[in-house]
Design a protein around this ligand. Sequence first.
Ligand SMILES: [Zn+2]
Length: 415
Amino acid sequence: MARTARLLAAEDPPPPPAAAAERPRPAAAGSGLRSLSSAASGLWDRLSVLGAGVSKLEKALGDHFPEGERYFGLENFGNTCYCNSVLQALYHCIPFREQLLEYYATYKNTEDSEDNLLTCLADLFAQITLAKKRTGVLAPKRFVQRVRKQNELFRSYMHQDAHEFWNFLVNDIIDILEEDCRTANSSPETTPEEVSNGAANALANGARERPLVTLVHRTFQGILTNETKCLMCDTITAKDETFFDLSIDVEQNSSLTSCLKSFFSTEILNGEDKFFCDKCSSLQEAHKRMKIKKAPHVLVIHLKRFKYVEQLSRHKKLSYRVVYPLELKLGSMSEDADCEYSLFAVVVHVGSSPNHGHYVSQIKSHGNWLSFDDDTVQISEESTLQTFYGSSREHCGGNTDHGYILFYERLGGKS
Ligand SMILES: [Zn+2]
């Protein structure tokens, strides 16, 4: 880490705070109106890749360029930054990348493999990994076309929600792998396995049945347990549900840990909300709380910054200041209290409204923080993350870049 800090200080200047300025992307205008500096620097990267063979980023990283690693910017096809920012976070989620490349190797060998979102994603990852150059720009055209074909929501050229995209992608990949499993049964990815300590309960409680353990489950799935304690007879009723990310409410001038604590806090069920206790055979007051029963390998946290305001009949962006730590301890929120995570990617929403703006991602790779802004990849600094916490006062203008989706990897091996 110390080495990295020195390297960063000595080399390329971090992206200027001006990157914080809002870059509205009018519908259908596409990448044409993006900030000139960003376009120019993307062009520079491309020219340098074609020219001298050593990009600005390679120069900046010098001897510290991680062996075998590739840093590729992704071209924007008209407001596709929601997609690019999530793709970069996924590519730099090493356990996910490795499994997806294994999948790529498997399906490439099967003859009649049809194009779908997963094969397009695997192709894109392979294209980056197998690139001769260590840096450059790729056009995720096939993938984006596939997303648009598959989901009406993403067909327009309007600003989209990166979290909705994440949800769609994760669920679609699972659907594809389940379908793969139904039609064939030879690939290692599609070997039926039971979901460890969860499937049976999930089934019993009528939660969504997921009989397969796919690469998505292995990487992102956790299990929540919902405990309701009847205050009359003290009986605890538990229900489990699986999750691929936690969507949490944000509070002004708070921290991720305190927002998580509210999410997992005890709720009192009384008055109209009494709980039907099977043992008492009647409605009773109860305490309800959630806990993480099985912590995922990679914990994805979505900060609910886009809030529907009834008086306005529309969504509003909450620019609340929410400090997120580099190392996150779940403590009493998890049944495994020693569960610790390290932050490796932040998808940042830039802009003051839910309907406009831009997404970029900050990613930690081999100890270096990098900033991915569509086709531009630059060295960044750990301290830059602090500029995405939010504003302590509303309507104070200025910085509109806010941490929106956080990716934490579990420390100390597999869960
Ligand atoms: Zn009871």
